[in-house]
Design a protein around this ligand. Structure first.
Ligand code: EPZ
Length: 421
């Protein structure tokens, strides 16, 4: 198992390029199952989650070729069973359920198990497909879906107790594009990644209106065709490097980013007193040593993203004053706090709210354990400004979603080494 050794204290300066979005790529790759014609997807990041998705597509019978960021998929003949062995490695594999149901009228996908960021049910995914007319049962740990009587469009409300669901909305959209008649999704997820999936589906011949809003209307069509698409920039990777600049800059510029998708993160960094300059696809952050903390509350888009909560905790840990972080999407997503406490961070947790007492220069390097993707990114950020060396173990969590994070940080001047196991 690889680990990172980070020696804190180097000031970050310079530019890096942002990769394509992991969370756009995963459902878009799954959507290629909707047609027997070839699809070409550009700017797919080379991270282990996209590799898992490619393996699942291949296992389902698709022919896949990958050359740097471009993936060509031809799903001429596919079968309906996604095996446990692959699905268990990545929860997002659940998003093959919608396309398989739409194209083959049946699907068998393992029910995802426990997750380190908290309870992650799939009841809303199943509710959506049932409303379209699919019969669903769970047997032997697998979700069995039978839609041989056909899928029929309907008005469906997808809101759950924590708001809308991103992959649940994706699954329903991908099933509805080939259903008979119109599907109206109320309470749809409005995340840019859902909009990106819809943009790809529209290129394939789907009829979709309202993508990127809470109400999506889909008119089913008989068949979809092959298409080419380039995925949007990864807003979470971009946000992570902006926070890196705020924690350890200098001045850091990220290229090929979309500022519009980062409004909540940029607003929070500005509220803390850091300088942000947006120039087209370039965003520059200049650290202000006289910064202050602030309050963030995670929410569905365009609110503050849960996937940036851990990184902000790292920033607040070294920011003078008190900051307050409330996690509304995954209330138990605070694994990073225990690890950063080992580095000297000061936190008080009550239910889903953590109060951070920030101390500039207050962190010292320590051996820590990466627990999930974003928690691991937070540990790297904390390590960048800790005194001495931090050893971050289990970096395979980071490799799930950050393309070459060690190389990009080195490019900015960080002292970070990957030690191959
Ligand atoms: C997506 O997961 C992302 N994953 C997650 O990113 C992200 O944290 C999450 O959306 C929220 O933005 C991908 O896009 C691949 P949800 P998803 O369904 O779709 C509850 C990362 O770090 N819920 O929108 O699985 C759920 O428990 C990852 O890149 C139900 O109650 O998340 C949560 O409280 C981690 N029933 C809320 O909805 C359901 O059937 C939002 O979850 C489904 C979800």
């Amino acid at each position: 198992m690889d680990k990172f050794l980070v020696r804190g204290g180097a000031e970050l300066n310079g530019q890096i390029n942002i990769s394509g979005s992991k969370n756009s790529s995963l459902p878009i790759l799954a959507a290629t199952l909707l047609t027997d014609e070839p699809c070409i997807i550009g700017r797919v990041p080379d991270v282990s989650d996209t590799n898992y998705m490619i393996q699942i597509l291949q296992n389902l019978g698709a022919h896949v070729e990958r050359s740097s960021g471009t993936v060509r998929i031809e799903a001429k003949e596919i079968h309906h069973e996604a095996p446990y062995d692959l699905v268990r490695r990545m929860r997002a594999s659940i998003c093959v359920m919608g396309p398989l149901t739409a194209r083959l009228k049946r699907a068998e996908v393992s029910l995802p198990g426990g997750c380190v960021i908290g309870d992650r049910p799939v009841d809303l995914h199943l509710r959506g497909l049932r409303e379209l007319g699919a019969e669903i049962s769970v047997e032997g740990g697998n979700i069995l879906i039978n839609a041989e009587a056909g899928l029929h469009g309907k008005e469906i409300n997808m809101l759950g107790s924590h708001g809308s669901t991103v992959l649940g909305t994706d699954n329903l959209i991908m099933a509805a594009v080939l259903a008979e008649g119109a599907t109206i999704i109320e309470g749809a997820a409005a995340e840019p990644e859902v909009k990106d999936l819809c943009d790809f589906l529209i290129k394939m011949g789907a009829k979709i209106e309202g993508a990127g809003t809470r109400r999506i209307v889909i008119e089913g069509v008989k068949k979809l065709h092959g298409a080419e698409h380039t995925v949007i920039p990864d807003r979470i990777e971009a946000g992570t490097y902006l926070v890196a600049g705020a924690v350890a800059g200098g001045t850091v510029t990220i290229n090929r980013a979309c500022a519009e998708h980062l409004t909540a993160v940029i607003d929070a960094l500005c509220e803390c007193g850091h300088g942000i300059d947006v120039n087209g696809e370039k965003i520059t952050v200049t650290r202000n040593p006289d910064c202050n903390g602030c309050e963030i509350t995670t929410a569905t888009y365009p609110g503050f993203p849960t996937d940036m909560q851990a990184q902000m905790c790292a920033l607040f840990t070294v920011t003078p004053g008190i900051s307050v972080v409330t996690e509304n999407i995954f209330p138990e997503r605070f694994m990073h706090i225990a690890e950063m406490t080992r580095m000297g961070g000061k936190y008080q947790k009550e239910n889903a709210t953590v109060t951070v007492t920030g101390t500039p220069g207050g962190l010292t390097g320590a051996p820590v354990m990466a627990s999930d993707l974003r928690a691991s990114a937070a540990l790297v950020l904390a390590a960048l400004c800790a005194r001495g060396e931090t050893e971050i173990n289990r970096v395979y969590h980071i490799d799930r979603g950050y393309e070459h994070i060690d190389e990009k940080l080195q490019q900015l001047g960080a002292d970070i080494q990957r030690v191959r196991a």
